[in-house]
Design a binder for this molecule. Structure first.
Ligand code: PAF
Length: 282
């Protein structure tokens, strides 16, 4: 695996690859890699000639400075995992490389309701920061395909919309959530769960499974109320939202008949750790 820290060096290498007609799959990350990230690399490798992964902990998407400080930095083990996964290129820029002038965001996209609900409502400014950094990284890497995990369902939907508004030729690929054997969605935050919380955190994926089954008999509102109550009754759980939404617009739905399909999305504190998960209904 080649490791680049400077944009010029990365671009010289990638320009040569493109000149040879090679396709480039790109997976942006903030490090602290787990099997979910590695599944993106596997897909990049399967569908492209070359895989590029970036590791950059983007300060502009953290709405609380303490979250940025707490974010796990596991450079050495990340490099090992990517090497084992046969990642071709790792890009690890520092902040001056990504934001040479300032971190001020001058982008103006209109995402309408997409950014106003769920994570957007709970974490003001978060998606503006995500859009800012992903756009910048795409300008640097210029991939054929962009690989993003379904775990951050709203993030995926917003970046997809950004590419649409930019009339970009980059194809975005949604990669399925990778789960622990008991069903808990993999996340860099899971390691912060104490054993008892870790065991019971599986409740989130169980509630999503149940919600999908209930869709035949109940309304979205009824399912949401029941799911919220179930989490509220569990000691140490503090749900922020459980929403059944249009899978494309992310707006609430009154029934299950819409042509875009629906997704159930949940955010819940389990002790000190905020977890998210989702399920697109079949
Ligand atoms: O999903 C993440 O890890 C980040 O939001 C991303 C897409 C790498 C942007 O910093």
């Amino acid at each position: 695996m080649l490791l680049f820290k400077k944009i010029n060096d990365l671009q010289n290498h990638l320009d040569r690859q493109r000149a040879d007609g090679k396709t480039i799959g790109f997976a942006p990350t903030m490090g602290a890699l787990h099997a979910g990230h590695i599944s993106l690399v596997d897909k990049c490798n399967a569908e492209n000639d070359l895989s590029v992964v970036s590791i950059f902990v983007n300060p502009t998407q953290f709405n609380e400075a303490s979250d940025l400080d707490k974010y796990p930095r596991t450079e050495e083990s990340d490099i090992l995992k990517l090497t084992q996964a046969k990642c071709a290129v790792l890009f690890m820029p520092d902040i001056n490389e990504v934001y040479p002038k300032s971190t001020e965001n001058t982008e103006t996209f209109d995402f309408g309701g997409l950014v106003k609900v769920m994570e957007g409502a709970q974490r003001p400014g978060h998606f503006e920061g995500v859009v800012q950094v992903v756009k910048r990284l795409l300008e640097i890497v210029r991939p054929t395909r962009l690989y993003m995990g379904q775990k951050d369902y709203q993030q995926f939907a917003i970046i997809q919309e950004m590419l649409r508004q930019m009339q970009s030729k980059i194809q975005i690929v949604r990669c399925p959530i990778v789960r622990e054997p008991d069903g808990l969605a993999m996340s860099s935050r899971n390691v912060r769960l104490p054993a008892d919380h870790r065991k019971r955190a599986v409740l989130l994926s169980q509630i999503l499974e149940k919600a999908e089954k209930q869709a035949k008999q109940k309304t979205p509102a009824e399912i949401e109320t029941e799911a919220l109550k179930r989490m509220e009754n569990e000691p140490d759980f503090r749900p922020e939202y459980f929403k059944i939404v249009d899978a494309r617009t992310l707006q609430p739905v009154a029934d299950f008949t819409g042509e875009n399909g629906v997704a159930a999305c949940v955010a819940c504190w389990v002790g000190e750790v905020r977890l998210i998960d989702n399920k697109v209904f079949d």
